[in-house]
Design a protein around this ligand. Structure first.
Ligand code: TYD
Length: 218
């Protein structure tokens, strides 16, 4: 069996969480076996790393340490959760994956894209998504949504609007670098319209790719 690996990407506040849940529900209704994961986190080791990376009460993380910690959390979830699920024929939907490191650390933090790609290829044993949805919204809308939904910004969100703009520009570059797996989705619109675009793409992908043999729910 071989499952499908779908990732959702976008700046903070772009609505990935909601869309991951809506897509999972849709695919489950169609009878597929679906798993949602998030990054950083998704394993007990990963959740501890998440705390270090995002909790503003913990000391500032050095930029190189940041790259490695995101990659460490990813290595753990790939080997313990994502790869086994794909082997079982599940559809895995991940809220963020390597592209977040490529743009947040590689581009916005200017740590060097080539090097960040190399570290992540090593950490994931070169597992790449089959489809990546880039939920695109303007940075001021994203941060406004973050502020409305929570009391405090996490360590990354505290970098502010200019940083988020760089992250967004980074995603555009990545969409050009990886056109075969990238789909850009205008995410200023209503949730349901966004969801319909996403599910149309996923349906098309499943129809076109007979190499995947997906597990059906019992
Ligand atoms: P989270 O609260 O999960 O944000 P979101 O709901 O937008 O996914 O926090 C994850 C934060 O970590 C987010 O600001 C993006 C950042 N991040 C990186 O900088 N690099 C990475 O590799 C990943 C996975 C996340």
């Amino acid at each position: 069996m071989q499952g499908i690996f779908i990732t959702l990407e976008g700046i903070d506040g772009s609505g990935k969480d909601t869309q991951a849940k809506m897509l999972a529900k849709y695919l489950e209704k169609k009878g597929y076996s679906v798993l949602i994961t998030r990054e950083p986190g998704g394993t007990s080791v990963g959740e501890k790393i998440r705390e270090i990376l995002l909790n503003p009460e913990i000391e500032k993380v050095d930029s190189r340490a940041e790259v490695l910690l995101f990659a460490a959390s990813r290595a753990q979830i790939v080997s313990n959760v994502i790869k086994p699920a794909l082997k079982e024929g599940k559809i895995v939907i991940s809220n963020r994956y390597v592209d977040s490191s490529y743009t947040y650390q590689g581009m916005a933090r200017e740590m060097g894209l080539d090097w960040v790609i190399e570290v992540n290829e090593w950490a994931t044993r070169e597992l790449l998504p089959d489809i990546t949805f880039f939920l695109d919204i303007p940075e001021e809308v994203g941060l406004e949504r973050v502020d409305r939904s929570r009391n405090i910004r996490d360590k990354i969100e505290k970098n502010g609007e200019i940083f988020q703009r760089k992250v967004r520009e980074g995603y555009y570059k990545l969409a050009k670098m990886f056109p075969e797996r990238y789909r850009i989705i205008d995410s200023k619109r209503k949730e349901l319209l966004i969801h319909k675009d996403i599910r149309k793409e996923v349906d098309k992908f499943i129809k076109k790719n007979s190499k995947f043999s997906l597990k059906k729910k019992n």
